[in-house]
Every structure is written in C-alpha cells, then in structure tokens.
Design a protein around this ligand. Structure first.
Ligand SMILES: Cc1cc2nc3c(=O)[nH]c(=O)nc-3n(C[C@H](O)[C@H](O)[C@H](O)COP(=O)(O)OP(=O)(O)OC[C@H]3O[C@@H](n4cnc5c(N)ncnc54)[C@H](O)[C@@H]3O)c2cc1C
Length: 430
C-alpha cells in the first residue's frame, strides 16, 4: 500500500474544527463598515469596530475560514524582516528599522493577550522555535544576527551548538541552530472559530458565500455589490491578502500571491515523536525556500510545510515534494503514511513587509509574506483602530511606502523561476 493511499486533500485542522456550510443571515442593506475577507485580518478588524459600537458586516467569498487563516502551520513569531537588521537599517534608516523590530517583538504577546481576554480555546502554547543551520556558515550568520537582535530590539534567543542539536530535534542535518524561546504555536482552525465567535458576540455580521464583486465610491461612502444584494457602506476595509482580486486592482498590483502547502503524517509512536521532536517546538531551518514543521497540538503527528510545487492547488504533487524534504530531515519516516495534504495562498510584498492603511478612502491590511498568524491578527486590530481614527492604529510600518513595480498587474509569472533558482542555490549551499 502506498504511503499516500489514505491521504485526504483537506487541512488536518478541519478534522477538529470543520468549516461549516452556513450562509448566515441576509446581509444588511446599510452598514457603518463593510469588511471584505473573513480571515484573521478581517475578523480582528471587525472585533475592534464592533466593540466600539459600529455596525459591521464581514463579507466572505466562500465558507467562513476557508482562506489561509485555517490552512496555516499555526506558528507564531515576530517574523523579523527578511532583510535582517543591517538590511532594514540600510533601506529605511536606523530609527525606522529599530521601531519596526521592536514592534515585531510584541506580535506574539498581542495574540496571547487577545486569546486570553476572549477565552479562545485554541491550544496556544509558548513552545519556542528552533531554526536549524544547514551549513556552518549559516550558523555563524545566525549567531551574528541574534546578537544584533538582542542588543537592538530586545529579542530573546539562544544559539544551540552542533553537539546539542539532538536535544532539540532528532536529526544530524544541522550544524547547530537557534532557539527563539518566546515563539508559539496554536491550532489555527480553533483560533479562527474563536475569533468568529467573539466578533459575532460583539454584534458584527459575518456572512459566508457573499463575494464582493464591485466596490463603487458614492458621495456618502461606498456601494458594495454582492450576489446577495447591494450594500451601502460608510467605510470599507480590504482584508483579502493572498486572495486579493481585480476588484481592488491597486492592492493587487502591490501583492505577489504564492501558494504554501502542508502535509500531516499519520499518528506516530510516542517514542518516535519523542526522538524526532523532543522539545515540541515549532521548527524551521536556514534554507532559502522556506520549510516549517511541528507536531500536531496533541503531539501525535508531524506537520511539514513549505512552498507548493506551483501556483495551482496540486495536493498529490505537493505531498510528494514535501515528503521528500521531510525525509531529508527525518529519514525514519520513510514508511509513515501521509494522511492530509492541503495548500493556500499567501501574499508577498516588494519590500518584504506587511502594510495597512488607507487608499482612495478604502482601508486595507495585507502582505504578511507568509507569516500572518500573528501579523494578520495584529495588523487587523490596528486597522480597526485606524478606521476609528483614535490614534491606536499607528504602527512603525506606516512609514513604509506600499510599493509596486512598473507593468506589474498582480500575476507574479516570474516567481516560479525565482523559486527554482533558490532551490538550486539551496542544493549548492549558496
Ligand atoms: C499552507 C500555509 C501555511 C502557513 N503557515 C503559517 C504559519 O505557520 N505561521 C504564520 O504566521 N503564517 C502562516 N501562513 C500565512 C497565514 O496563514 C496568512 O498570512 C494569514 O492567515 C492571512 O490572514 P488574512 O485574514 O489576511 O487572509 P486569509 O485568511 O487568506 O483571508 C482572506 C479571505 O478573503 C476572502 N476574499 C477574497 N476576495 C474576496 C471577495 N471579493 N469577497 C469576499 N471575500 C473575499 C477569501 O475567500 C479569504 O477567505 C501560512 C499560510 C498557508 C497558506
């Protein structure tokens, strides 16, 4: 029997937190704020606004929570800017670079506080994250970067020399690594369900199967068209991230959608899990084309994620590719069945940073560059305050322009070639 013979093409998370086939109440005809997209960004925006007494409608194209927010790895961290401390300083100046880094350190605490205050049962756990160095030079680079992050932004981190790697992860692939003890993990399906519950409890309407098909300016706000009716909205917030379409071409021109995919193994023997992931952290490594792995919250399975093989949803091909990468780290899993394979869309930006703000009267939060569990929650929350205009919506990221490139319209045709090149560079150790 093949290791894929029992594989389901749906997120492992949906087993315990299934998506519900509910359309919900008829959308109101008039609303203070209409939010497009019911992922973490849209829900956290709605939460702030509904609690402040605004009437809020969240329109979701599909079932509630079928975007990236219930498909991710459930890993939370500050997601430091890809450019690193030196790159950020060179590009934006010292003050902005430090402000961005310090603010990022607070992302996980923000989510922890939100989960706590709303009593959301989502298996949030301060597991810490281990990042393995695939080459000795990567280890040295990590050591230099963490020293800067410690001194400049107050980040906690501990270098793990090669001889101690097996205390963290059961592989000999790494030449040492780095532990971020404040990073965390959660069950994204349960977190999302919890957010929907608290947004509804605050009085907002979350409407499934209500795709926004047109947004037109009016003298008093916006006229928003959906197949379930036309809605007059005082304000509009776009929270569509990787699923942003030509309905908002300004945003689409600034985002590069990219597919990320995950597989889940069958439940493993407790001794094997203990050997492979003894500290039950979130894991990643120093390769250019990202890979991320963890146990399921019950500690029984391994979930292994990375870039999908292409822009379309190809669960079988993704599973074969991801299993190959997983076996490079854990050859012990050669006979282990893969039970789930799924994927979803994330959105990269040209400056590697998320963006929230206002354009042509419409608000937006998006561009989390593949790390949006904490960021989408945080920037959604900030967006709610931006719409309220109460000053709490400010972030250091506001100082960064939301860039596009000449002739770019939203189809990142060049990315597959870029990813292929990075995979070759990973193999060659460049
Ligand atoms: C496989 C995978 C693994 C990931 N792993 C991690 C991880 O471990 N850690 C991490 O930090 N991040 C991770 N991410 C990224 C993270 O999930 C996202 O950045 C985050 O969920 C974005 O939230 P969002 O609310 O902005 O967007 P989404 O959750 O994608 O929601 C956008 C919603 O907008 C809706 N929409 C689009 N157009 C319309 C329209 N016209 N009308 C109505 N609705 C519309 C879509 O249907 C969608 O539901 C991962 C993503 C994927 C896909």
């Amino acid at each position: 029997m093949s290791v894929f013979s029992q594989m389901k093409n749906l997120p492992y998370w949906w087993e315990e937190a299934p998506r519900r086939d509910e359309v919900g109440p008829e959308p109101p005809k008039q609303i203070d704020v209409l939010i497009v997209g019911a992922g973490f960004s849209g829900l956290c925006t709605a939460r702030v606004l509904a609690k402040a007494g605004k009437s809020v409608l969240v329109c979701e194209a599909g079932l509630i929570g079928t975007g990236a927010s219930t498909r991710n790895g459930g890993m939370l961290g500050p997601s430091f800017h890809k450019l690193g401390v030196a790159g950020l300083k060179a590009r934006h100046g010292k003050d902005t670079a430090y402000a961005i880094l310090r603010e990022s350190v607070g992302f996980v605490d923000f989510v922890a506080g939100l989960i706590d205050s709303e009593n959301i049962e989502c298996e949030f756990h301060r597991s810490g994250r281990f990042r393995g160095a695939l080459r000795p030079s990567h280890y040295e680079q990590m050591a230099r970067e963490i020293e800067l992050l410690k001194s400049e932004a107050g980040v906690e981190g501990e270098m793990i020399p090669r001889g101690q790697v097996r205390d963290e992860i059961g592989t000999d692939r790494f030449h040492g690594g780095l532990v971020y003890p404040m990073d965390a993990g959660l069950h994204p399906g349960k977190y999302h369900d919890g957010l929907v519950g608290c947004v509804r409890a605050a009085g907002a309407t979350v409407a499934a199967e209500t795709p926004v098909t047109n947004i037109a300016r009016t003298p008093w706000g916006f006229r928003v068209t959906t197949p379930r009716g036309v809605i007059e909205a005082g304000q509009v917030a776009i929270c569509t991230n990787g699923y942003t379409s030509n309905i908002t071409p300004w945003h689409r021109r600034r985002l590069m959608p990219l597919r990320s995919a995950i597989i889940a193994t069958e439940p493993l023997a407790p001794e094997l899990i203990q050997q492979l992931m003894p500290t039950r952290r979130m894991y990643g490594d120093s390769r250019r084309v990202v890979a991320y792995y963890r146990t399921s919250p019950d500690g029984k399975r391994i979930l292994f994620g990375g870039r999908a093989v292409g822009p379309g949803d190809k669960p079988a091909a993704n599973a074969r590719a991801l299993r190959g990468f997983m076996l490079e780290i854990f050859p012990e899993l050669g006979d282990t069945a893969i039970t789930h394979s799924w994927s979803g869309l994330v959105a990269y930006t040209f400056d590697h940073a998320p963006h929230s703000g206002e354009q042509d009267g419409m608000y937006y939060a998006m561009g989390y560059c593949g790390s949006g569990v904490a960021r989408a929650s945080y920037f959604g929350h900030k967006l709610g305050h931006k719409i309220l205009g109460d000053g709490e919506g400010e972030t250091a990221f506001d100082r960064l322009a939301f860039e596009t490139r000449p002739f770019y319209t939203g189809n990142p045709w060049f990315l597959p070639a870029v990813i292929r090149w990075h995979r070759v560079a990973d193999k060659l150790g460049l």
